[in-house]
Ligand binder design. Structure first.
Ligand code: MG
Length: 200
């Protein structure tokens, strides 16, 4: 099991669509950025990469690279998810907070939740989407997204020690028991055989 944490911020800008969590929201301004400025998906990408200690979004998709200009941030999440799967992990759950003055996130939260769930291959009940206004922070012209998530080992790739007894199939238990029995000397051998065997 591994924890991941991500954080991102983008400034509001007129004339661009507002994309948060892979969803386009109706608003007079969007978020400025080299890509589509999706603050939540960037934070999620960083949390995924951070959980497997694989660097950050900038090391895979540098803003200096023209191929990521205007890019759909879903691409970034998908690539981070590929690395997470390759490392043998899957997402267990994610929690996020969107800090922005406008627009109201509440009415759009179920849609964002469903899209994030789809991207991370989890149920919607494993996706927390919360929103706050930036009281006293002076950041009314920005959207900020902190994110935390948990990765668990993928089924079939988890080491035995990490699983509870109920999760381990009986043949696998039998195999381990057999190996343990092989390595433990039988009581009879210790009593009578040890002396004569070692003296030979
Ligand atoms: Mg960003």
């Amino acid at each position: 099991m591994r924890i991941g944490y991500g954080w991102d911020s983008h400034e509001f800008k007129r004339g661009v669509p507002l994309r948060i969590g892979g969803i386009e929201l109706p608003h007079s301004q969007g978020l400025a950025g080299h890509s589509d400025g999706d603050v939540l998906l960037h934070a999620i990408t960083d949390a995924l990469l951070g959980a497997i200690a694989a660097g950050d979004i900038g090391s895979y998709f540098p803003p200096s690279d023209p191929q990521w200009k205007g890019a759909d941030s879903v691409t970034f999440v998908n690539e981070a998810m590929r690395l997470v799967r390759e490392a043998g992990y899957a997402v267990a759950n994610i929690d996020s907070t969107l800090i922005l003055a406008k627009p109201q996130i509440g009415p759009h939260a179920p849609k964002i939740q469903a899209r994030v769930a789809e991207l991370l291959a989890v149920k919607t009940t494993a996706v927390g989407i919360k929103a706050k206004t930036p009281e006293g922070m002076g950041t009314d012209n920005a959207a900020i997204a902190p994110v935390a998530l948990l990765l668990v080992e993928r089924p079939g790739r988890r080491p035995l020690v990490d699983r509870s007894a109920e999760e381990v199939p009986q043949p696998e238990i039998d195999e381990v028991v057999e190996q343990v029995v092989k390595t433990v000397p039988a009581p009879a051998k210790i009593k009578s055989g040890a002396k004569s065997k070692s003296s030979r």
